[in-house]
Design a protein around this ligand. Structure first.
Ligand code: FAD
Ligand code: NAI
Length: 462
């Protein structure tokens, strides 16, 4: 039996970051992971592999659609799917090995196997029981199931199966127009699949700014994705090679079906904490099955904390990481803090979609007066040169104080541009502060400045 100051269960972005920060703060730390490799969902079957496939398929799209216009002529590249998967796998490996290196560097023990908590202060891995003054549960999430749909990860797949299909399907049906459905739907559409997205609601990406939703759907349609909106999926019938998706249109209750070679089920994820022993410990869950925690991420049992996808809040890697750092600070007797009002969300399609803070809808609901500054990438020289003029930056500021309350971007490098606004929000900046900051020309960032100008006397290039 070994004894630790902290044992973290799960090595995803929440767990591994918590472990590293604990070690940096001088705490003797171990991390339990049941997978073959470190890094959790994000590095193994989530953020990293999906971004590798998005990058590769985007390169193909550029070659097919934009090269000739720039005077780059020649045979268009063809898809070697096996090689693309090898590239994706090697990207995963570099990243997971990177975490292994960081664990060694910070003298963190990797306890290999599935962990449980037989009692407070103890973690069991295999036959061994270890002592821990503090335990952090960072066991993440798993795809949620849909009644009438049986996943075999070959024909009817979750995101995990969709990242390693045997071949590029001719016809793919995606259930759910959320982040996973649109990112992976884009990948296969660019690679030549006929992709139809079946969505229960009337708009894609629920919760997002409605103008962004509309522009985004229009752009995706232009890229070849088909949408069936307001459709409740009833069941999926599958053989070893084909599937039929049955759905009911909400507007008239009519029953319909669509055939597919592969069906991707992307209707959300749920917290994962199986086998940890929460019931016996008396650790409370929320109505949605998340582990209930205090403001300092402590569960109902003293010395047992929980972070990341397994607790409340957006299921995002960077949110889990922030909580990982903060809980380590708390355990070390310092002040851990996460500003949940400034957590950006990014969809890595082309163009990217990014948002942070309030939407017009949330402000209306709160009865708060606001103003909107909007700037189209059509007025941005760099975007026009790079075939990226479609899209806009929208900044929402308090009507009285001009303080930035939120931002919504659809356009080139939106996922990077949003951070300028996040930093401004962290510093309590006004739109005018952003507007008065010199921005280099020609950059996409100028569109952010112009949107900030649009909150005041008006943009220059529009
Ligand atoms: P996880 O990453 O899920 O890690 C939990 C780990 O705990 C797992 O490795 C699991 O094996 C281990 N574990 C569970 N139980 C035990 C146990 N009892 N003992 C030992 N080990 C255990 N987020 C973004 O911010 N950006 C993105 O681009 C993005 N892309 C995504 C793409 C896809 C396809 C998916 C599915 C998700 C994506 N996400 C993205 C979400 C992101 O992956 C999660 O928010 C993030 O991984 C959560 O981190 P976590 O540490 O809470 O849990
Ligand atoms: P999601 O919550 O983003 O979207 C699910 C979609 O499915 C919604 O539009 C919902 O209305 C729809 N839906 C639900 N039930 C349905 C039904 N029966 N029929 C038709 N449509 C239905 O969930 P998703 O895409 O599975 O992603 C899960 C999580 O992973 C998200 O919370 C996200 O935070 C995270 N993620 C983040 C990424 C990023 O940051 N870029 C990338 C991928 C995932």
């Amino acid at each position: 039996m070994s004894s630790y100051d902290v044992i973290v269960i799960g090595s995803g972005p929440g767990g591994y970051v918590a472990a590293i920060r604990c070690a940096q703060l001088g705490l003797k730390t171990a991390c339990v992971e049941g997978r073959e490799t470190l890094g959790g969902t994000c590095l193994n079957v989530g953020c990293i592999p999906s971004k590798a496939l998005l990058h590769a398929s985007h390169m193909l799209h550029e070659a097919e659609h934009n090269f000739a216009e720039m005077g780059l002529k020649g045979k268009s590249p063809s898809v070697d799917w096996k090689q693309m998967l090898t590239y994706k796998d090697s990207t995963i490996e570099t990243n997971t090995k990177g975490i292994e290196f960081l664990f060694k560097k910070n003298k963190i023990d990797w306890l290999k196997g599935w962990g449980s908590i037989p009692e407070a202060g103890k973690v069991k891995v295999g036959d061994e029981v270890h002592e821990a003054r503090n335990i952090i549960i960072a066991t993440g999430s798993e795809p949620s199931s849909l009644p009438g749909v049986e996943v075999d990860e070959k024909v009817v797949v979750t995101s995990t199966g969709a990242l390693e299909l045997g071949k590029v399907p001719k016809k793919m049906v995606v259930i759910g127009a959320g982040v996973i459905g649109l990112e992976l739907g884009s990948v296969y559409s660019r690679l030549g699949s006929e992709v139809t997205v079946v969505e229960f609601l009337d708009a894609i990406t629920p919760g997002m700014d409605p103008e962004v939703q509309k522009t985004f759907q229009r752009m995706l349609k232009k890229q070849g994705l088909d949408f069936i909106m307001g459709a409740a999926v009833q069941k999926v019938e599958a053989t070893k090679t084909k599937a039929k998706v049955h759905y009911k249109l909400r507007k008239d209750d009519s029953e319909n079906a669509i055939d597919a070679d592969v069906v991707l089920v992307a209707t959300g994820r749920k917290p994962y904490h199986e086998g940890v022993g929460l019931d016996d410990l008396g650790i409370r869950l929320t109505k949605r099955g998340q582990i209930a925690v205090t403001k300092e991420w402590e569960t109902d049992v003293k010395g047992i904390y929980a972070i990341g996808d397994v607790i409340e809040g957006p299921m995002l890697a960077h949110k889990a990481e922030d909580e990982g750092m903060a809980v380590a600070e708390v355990i070390a007797g310092k002040h851990g803090h996460v500003n949940y009002g400034v957590i950006p969300g990014v969809i890595y399609t082309h163009p990217e979609v990014a948002s942070v803070g309030e939407t017009e809808a949330t402000l209306k609901e709160a009865g708060r007066a606001y103003k909107v500054g909007k700037f189209s990438f059509m007025g941005n020289a760099r975007a026009k040169a790079n075939f990226s003029g479609d899209g806009f930056v929208k900044i929402i500021a308090d009507k009285e104080t001009d303080r930035i309350l939120g931002a919504h971007i659809i356009g080139p490098s939106a996922g990077d541009l949003i951070h300028e606004i996040c930093v401004a929000m962290e510093f309590g900046a006004s739109a005018q502060d952003l507007a008065m900051t010199c921005h280099a020309h020609p950059t996409y960032s100028e569109a952010v400045r112009e949107a900030a100008l649009a909150c005041g006397d008006g943009p220059i290039h529009m």
